[in-house]
Design a protein around this ligand. Structure first.
Ligand code: AMP
Ligand code: ZN
Length: 309
């Protein structure tokens, strides 16, 4: 089966097709999948294309693990804004008596999770979160600012049958720290680059103003203020629906929010601004499978060249 039209009847139908073709491997938990070799080759190809586009930018590459200090997630306000998405690692920290109780609970099929306590580790929700405190700790931001190239597996608790909404997925991110002008022109450059890159992959896209999924009633106010100020844009590609295209790339301007929160400032004391551009690697790969079919050998030659040159 290589006909893209068949893949897009519904998100569930696309997921089933991906399982049937062994492109994604079912684990029993929605949003938690194994990836076949061919899926990983596509991810590598997308990363190659992104790296080529950023060649010459001289970004500092850093690879954080998919966990970050829990206290930094708290300080970043993540639990205030997105409590529904956060994940914290828990472990057993008891003694022999507690251990016997734990094993008994598991044997009886009882809920044993109360036997665990929160560790110092939280799961990273976006690749840039672990970065800011490390930049602040490195001293004043130099003249001309800084540019980072990051990649991380990210966790968000949003179980879904939509294959484009995973609980664990990878984000490639570029993060610019500098003056307001420097970081907004970085974002403008990537808005153009992003569109060009996606077009070179033979994918249709639109760019639109967007908001993050802030929680609750106060969240609605935050979301509309974010939209009114044009702080977030997304590049959308039809992946599981033509009517509701999926955000595959995000372009965020944080103003001086992270600068003042973490103490990122220039030698003169002025607080730094920041912006980040995130590529959803799984979503972009799924867009390629959706539009070009499940047989990568049959993908258009120019698309294959962009991916694997
Ligand atoms: P965000 O911080 O929400 O703008 O996310 C950055 C990028 O990560 C988005 O543009 C998506 O491509 C990707 N992304 C966000 N949430 C998910 C998810 N649940 N599953 C897969 N990719 C995601
Ligand atoms: Zn970011």
């Amino acid at each position: 089966m290589n006909a893209p039209a068949k893949l897009v009847q519904s998100p569930e139908a696309f997921l089933t097709a991906l399982f049937d073709e062994s492109i994604l491997i079912k684990t029993g938990v929605d949003g938690l999948y194994g990836r076949a070799g061919v899926f990983e080759e596509v991810i590598d190809g997308i990363e190659n294309a992104v790296t080529k586009m950023a060649a010459g930018d001289q970004a500092t590459r850093i690879h954080f693990p998919p966990g970050m200090p829990r206290k930094n997630l708290e300080k970043a306000g993540y639990l205030k804004s997105f409590p529904q998405l956060a994940g914290c690692v828990h472990s057993f920290m008891g003694d022999n008596t507690d251990h016997a109780k734990l094993v008994g609970m598991i044997e009886r099929g009882e809920d044993w999770t109360e036997m665990q306590d929160a560790t110092e580790v939280a799961l990273t929700p976006a690749a840039c979160y672990p970065l800011y405190p490390t930049v602040a700790a490195a001293g004043p931001v130099p003249e001309g600012g800084r540019l980072f190239d990051l990649k991380s597996y990210c966790f968000r608790h949003e179980p879904s049958k939509d294959p484009a909404r995973m609980q664990l997925f990878r984000m490639r991110e570029f993060v610019r720290i500098g003056t307001a002008d420097e970081v907004t022109s970085f974002r403008a450059t990537w808005l153009e680059r992003g569109e060009k890159l996606i077009a070179s992959l033979g994918l249709p896209c639109v760019i639109d103003v967007a908001n993050d999924p802030f929680f609750g009633r106060t969240g609605r106010v935050l979301a509309s203020s974010q939209r009114d100020q044009g702080l977030k844009f997304e590049l959308l590609i039809p992946v599981t629906s033509d009517e509701n295209p999926t955000a595959c790339l995000s372009f965020n301007y944080h103003q001086n929010h992270f600068g003042s929160l973490w103490g990122m400032h220039f030698a003169g004391g002025e607080v730094a601004h920041s912006a980040c551009v995130g590529f959803g690697l799984e979503r972009t790969a799924l867009a390629l499978f959706r539009h070009h079919g499940t047989k990568v050998e049959a993908w258009p030659a120019d698309v294959r060249r962009v991916l694997w040159g």
